[in-house]
Each structure stands twice: as structure tokens, then as C-alpha cells.
Write a protein that binds this ligand. Structure first.
Ligand code: PLP
Length: 365
């Protein structure tokens, strides 16, 4: 089934299109079909629908090829993260970003309460601080760039420190995606995705993935999927792979628009701050006037959709602190922008109009 090895010398754009296709045989389909079955005829290695599905395998081959490892797909990003956190023993130690996806923080809070896991929160930008915290840790968990603060970690330095400390090193690679950042090449044992976001890319499916190179470690991850039943649907896997095929072109366009928006908004009088790490498709702006002004901006755009989540073809925005679970060190006025495929001028004009309405320019005379 794996054509991975034949494809290793190809560029990511080509891999995204070709990895995970069926064998080329006369009248064979070009796409792996949606395999709707809960069980299989006895005698094979898969046996049951919770243990495997060819539609998952096709997606896993393609994402694994892009990340440079083997992929285990999950029902959602949070299910993938849970499978990694399940590797932490009772009473263990986890190093984690103080700013990260709210569901990740929620899981860590649960681990701390239910399994007496010690969580050491760090600033991902501060590699020496992370290295200190890694001493005696079971898992160093890094998100980079962080959601929604957009802080960037030095993965190589953290990878060295984590390995020196004998800790498992895992990276939530959702914000950079499988084309811009390869955690496994920077020393990570595992790279994790919410494929719900830019990989699937059309806001119509939830899926997650864990990618690694160590067979024993991946077997433990796959075991968590089996035992927790955190499996993707066959149709979801089909859609996520269909989305992945066009990720390179979507990323190119979305990233160039994100960069243009960050440059254009920089210094806007209604903003305290524009955050853009220099790559990726997410921009965070901090609106002057705090929560109310930021909510007005999020409510008054015409093209941008007011919605949570990110990475879709349609641009979305939201004030992150509207979620009680968001970290209190995220500014009240921070609005996260997920840049889609619309014309950049329409996006900029729409935002500028919303910002002007929410925070009218101060008269200068
Ligand atoms: C959305 C997101 C998740 C959770 O993924 P789901 O697919 O919604 O379960 C995890 N990490 C990051 C960085 C995310 O943005």
C-alpha cells in the first residue's frame, strides 16, 4: 500500500498531490474510495473498523510523506493530543506553553487533577527556561507558533534539551502546518496536528493526526486510538485528503495575504499591536479599547466571518478572550485573524472599515 518510498525525492507540492493514491492498475480509481465498513472478512491484519480503514491509510500516507514520518490519524486534533498525553504516567511531569490551544490547557488541567501530573508552564520563546523546566520531565509539549499569541519556539534548541533530559518531545504543528515546519527534523519524537484547520482547509471536517518515526512509540499512539475509539470517519479522512492535495497552493496565497494584512494594519490608530511571526496564515491584532471595541470589530465585518476555528478557505476572526478558558495573559482586545483565499484588497478594506467604525480616528486639530 505504501508508495512513500517511491516518492521520497519529490517536492512537497508533488507529494501533496500524489502520496496516498491507490496502485496504478487498469481501470483502478485514482482516488482511494470512502470505505464505509465497520468490519472486514476474517483472516487479514486489520479485522475490525476501529483498527484500520483504507481511507484513513490514504490520508496517513500523504500527511506522513509531507512530515517525513509515519502518521496515525484521529477523530480530531484534541483526540490526537489526548493520545500523546496518555503516555504521561501518573505523577509525571509535563512542560507546556502558558499560551496554547484552550483545549490543550483543559486537558493538562484534567491531568493535573486526576493523575497528579505536574505541569510546568513556560514561555516557548525562552529556550533556556524550557531547558531548565525539562529536567526530570516526562513530556516536553510545545506549540509553535502558539495559538493565539503567535510566539515562536526554537525547536532545535528545545529538542536538544528535551532529549538530554530524557523527555519525550512533541510539537503541536497545527499553526505552521506540514509544509512550513518539520518538527521531526528538529528533534521532536512526535508532530501533532489538528487536521481540521489548514490541512483539510474547508471548515467541513474535524480530524487530527500524530506523526513520528519510532515504531514502538507509534504503536503506543495507535493503541490509544484503538482503546479510546478516537477514530476518524472514512468520509472525514477522504475530505481531509482531498483538502491536503491543494494545501501548497492555498498556503502560498493565504500566507502572502496574511503578510500583506499584517503590513497594512501595522500602525493603524485603532490598534495597540499587530502580531505576525513572519510566516503562516494567522495574524493576531490587539484592538485599542479592550473587549468591547474588539467585539465590535468582530461583529462589524462584511467579508470576514465571525467564527471560531481557522485555516479554512474563508477568512474568519474572533476575540479570543470571549472564551473563559483562554489564558488571562492574552489581551482582552486580541482578535485572531485566520486569513483565507478572498482577494487581499477586499479583506483589508473590510477590516479597515470595521476598525474605523469601532474606534473612530482621533481628530488631530
Ligand atoms: C484547533 C486546534 C486544536 C484542536 O483541534 P480539533 O481538531 O478542534 O480537536 C489543537 N491545537 C491547535 C493549535 C488548534 O488550533
Amino acid at each position: 500500500m505504501t508508495h512513500h518510498d517511491d516518492l521520497h525525492d519529490l517536492h512537497p507540492e508533488t507529494l501533496a498531490v500524489h502520496a496516498g493514491r491507490p496502485e496504478r492498475v487498469p481501470d483502478g480509481p485514482l482516488n482511494t474510495p470512502v470505505h464505509l465498513t465497520s468490519t472486514y472478512s476474517a483472516g487479514g491484519p486489520v479485522a475490525y473498523g476501529r483498527y484500520g480503514n483504507p481511507s484513513w491509510t490514504a490520508f496517513e500516507e500523504a500527511l506522513g510523506a509531507l512530515e517525513g514520518g509515519r502518521c496515525v490519524s484521529f477523530a480530531s486534533g484534541i483526540a490526537a493530543i489526548a493520545a500523546v498525553f496518555d503516555l504521561v504516567p501518573t505523577g509525571g511531569v509535563v512542560v507546556a506553553p502558558r499560551h496554547s490551544y484552550t483545549g490543550t490547557i483543559g486537558q493538562l488541567d484534567d491531568l493535573a487533577a486526576a493523575r497528579e501530573v505536574e505541569v510546568r508552564y513556560i514561555d516557548v520563546r525562552d529556550a533556556p527556561q524550557v531547558a531548565d523546566a525539562a529536567a526530570g520531565a516526562d513530556l516536553v509539549w510545545i506549540e509553535s507558533p502558539t495559538n493565539p499569541a503567535l510566539e515562536v519556539a526554537d525547536l532545535e534548541a528545545i529538542g536538544r534539551a528535551a532529549r538530554d533530559a530524557g523527555a519525550l518531545f512533541a510539537v503541536d504543528n497545527t499553526f505552521a502546518g506540514p509544509l512550513l515546519q518539520h518538527p521531526l527534523d528538529s528533534g521532536a519524537h512526535l508532530s501533532v496536528h489538528s487536521a481540521t484547520k489548514s490541512i483539510a482547509g474547508h471548515s467541513d471536517v474535524l480530524m487530527g493526526a500524530v506523526i513520528g518515526r519510532d515504531d514502538e512509540l507509534l504503536a503506543r499512539i495507535e493503541q490509544r486510538r484503538r482503546l479510546n475509539g478516537a477514530i476518524p470517519g472514512a468520509f472525514e479522512a477522504f475530505l481531509a485528503l482531498r483538502g491536503l492535495r491543494t494545501l501548497p497552493v492555498r498556503l502560498e496565497r493565504m500566507q502572502s495575504t496574511a503578510r500583506a494584512i499584517a503590513e497594512r494594519l501595522d500602525g493603524h490608530p485603532a490598534l495597540e499591536e499587530v502580531r505576525y511571526p513572519g510566516f503562516g496564515t494567522i495574524v493576531s491584532i490587539v484592538v485599542q479599547g479592550g473587549a468591547d471595541a474588539a467585539e465590535r470589530v468582530a461583529e462589524s465585518t462584511r467579508v470576514w466571518l465571525h467564527a471560531t476555528s481557522l485555516g479554512g478557505v474563508e477568512s474568519t476572526l474572533e476575540r479570543r478572550r470571549r472564551w473563559p478558558a483562554e489564558a488571562e495573559t492574552i489581551p482582552e482586545g486580541l482578535v485572531r485573524l485566520s486569513v483565507g483565499l478572498e482577494h487581499p484588497d477586499d479583506l483589508v478594506r473590510d477590516l479597515e472599515r470595521a476598525l474605523d467604525a469601532a474606534a473612530p480616528p482621533v481628530a488631530t486639530d
